[in-house]
Design a protein around this ligand. Sequence first.
Ligand SMILES: O=C(O)CCC(=O)C(=O)O
Length: 203
Amino acid sequence: MTLDLFTDHDPNIKLPPVVHQPDFLSERQQRLLLQEASDYPLTKIEIEVYGKKHFIPRTQVWFGDEGCDCRYSKTLINPLPWPPVLSKLRQTLLQKCHLDFNAVLVNRYANGTECMGWHSDDEPEIVANSAIASITLGTCRDFVVRHKASQQKMSYPLQSGDLLIMQPGMQQTWQHCLPKRLTVNTPRINFTFRQITPYFYQL
Ligand SMILES: O=C(O)CCC(=O)C(=O)O
């Protein structure tokens, strides 16, 4: 874990409610997940920002239980059914971390030109104050968090097999992003497990 802009001795330090567990997945689990992910129907979706349409700089797919829809830009996305290895990983998170997720966003960054901008995972369909777990496969990339009020930043280099949990409270007070890294030529896949209110957009 890298501290940036401040030190542990600073009385004004703000520590994000984040747990980083390196090597959460074994080599075998990583191999099986990577193999399965090579068949995922990942797509580069088009979104509208300030009236202008553009393609997101990564590919994505949304898996989950029935009714766990998410809204992305103005589009409602229905979940695809859980693939077997991902479903097992969901059970592992429940057994080992006592975190019960019902949907997962898979993000694939083909290389360091692909990225995700600053945001909080505060969409209304996400259960208020729930944890979000992120698992990395492939190339190491920096996951950067920024405190909303103080703008203090912290960077977590996430290696293949690592787990990072954003705990309750994180989305209200911090943003996060995956910055470009132009020297990186190899892919990274991220699995962000979420707790969604089923049928939220039909309530
Ligand atoms: O790829 C990552 O680690 C970031 C993913 C992310 O921020 C998200 O899915 O909201």
